[in-house]
Design a binder for this molecule. Sequence first.
Ligand SMILES: Cc1ncc(COP(=O)(O)O)c(C=O)c1O
Length: 388
Amino acid sequence: MAAEAPGIDALPARIRHRFPIFGRRVYINSCSQGALSDSVRAAYDRYLADWDEHGAPWEYWVGQHEAARRSIAGLIGAGEDEVAVTTSVSAGLSAVASGLRFDRGRSKVLVSDFEFPTVGQIWHAQELRGAVVEHVPAEPDGTIPLERFEAVIDEQTALVAVTHVCFRNGSRIDVKGVAEIAHERGALVFLDGYQAVGSLPVEVHELDCDFLAAGVLKYLLGSAGLGFFYCRAELVPTLWPTQTGWFADQNIFEMDIHDYSPSPTARRFESGTPPIPSIYAGVAGIELMQEIGIEETRLHVLGLHDRLYDGVAELGGTIVTPADPEKRGALVCVRSTAVDELVRRLAADSIVTSSRDGNLRISPHCYNTAEDVDAVLAALAKSRELLG
Ligand SMILES: Cc1ncc(COP(=O)(O)O)c(C=O)c1O
């Protein structure tokens, strides 16, 4: 096993006490959901107290909604007018897809084979509206290199849908490279950033994507119900979502039922009543992650990865996530011959992981220690026969 890097546990030493679950379990499953912190729990208490205190504090809650927009814009380096506060990736993606047209010589939508089900399904739903959906396949080594995109993006391509980090195998796509090819050929880029935001710095203008959708449940330490959607400023007025609602209207409180006049900003991609409790929790989670440090978290997690890669190799196991740190996110996947049984055995040792496609998913975050990784390795050593 690799020698312990100096200070490998400096980050968790500072913050782990804020996540009570570590008193009971080795929680190393942030690709599914982040661990609950004291500040997110307190945010829910604040929501209830505000409700109790104010009765129906709608104006106050609209203020919270706007605070969420500010917080998200700051997180991803977008302008506030470029951000819609949504309830999920699906909601933002459906809104933008409903505003795209596929009848102007550009009907093709290219969907990478790394996409989360909701992304593939929503783009295929656009076939009812004239889109022609094609997939960009992965290589046997579990990556999708730029050449794959180079080969298929053409003058008929309306949009390329990519995920920053694949939820199945942890592989990271070169988003900036894809955007360069797509834009050269006049196509737009939709990025699903869910498995990246909070685990590594994500800056929309640097990545040069046209749209990004993500949520706060995982590495942003929030809870279910709050997502967000970014649309590049100059594209906002060109898109008229038909999946809409009164919170997308230019004047929410006008209560006009006689026309459709969407907001001039990315708020036009919103829908109905915002997820207020999830907003309290989500903003608390984002603020906590920013206080902890996303760049510092990334470096810390790469240190834990080194230990995990060495340990799995010593056990004779196979990691299907790329070895190059530039080509992976926080999630590392280990091949198994019976993954459900492996997850169950780890759970019996109080270690929380998950699985996809016959792979064990291990996703360390800011709060995980070298000892957590060693606990996973010790549990895998007891179940060596299940490693593929
Ligand atoms: C990459 C990715 N995209 C999207 C989602 C979820 O999408 P939604 O917010 O629509 O439920 C997940 C996980 O839940 C995910 O891992």
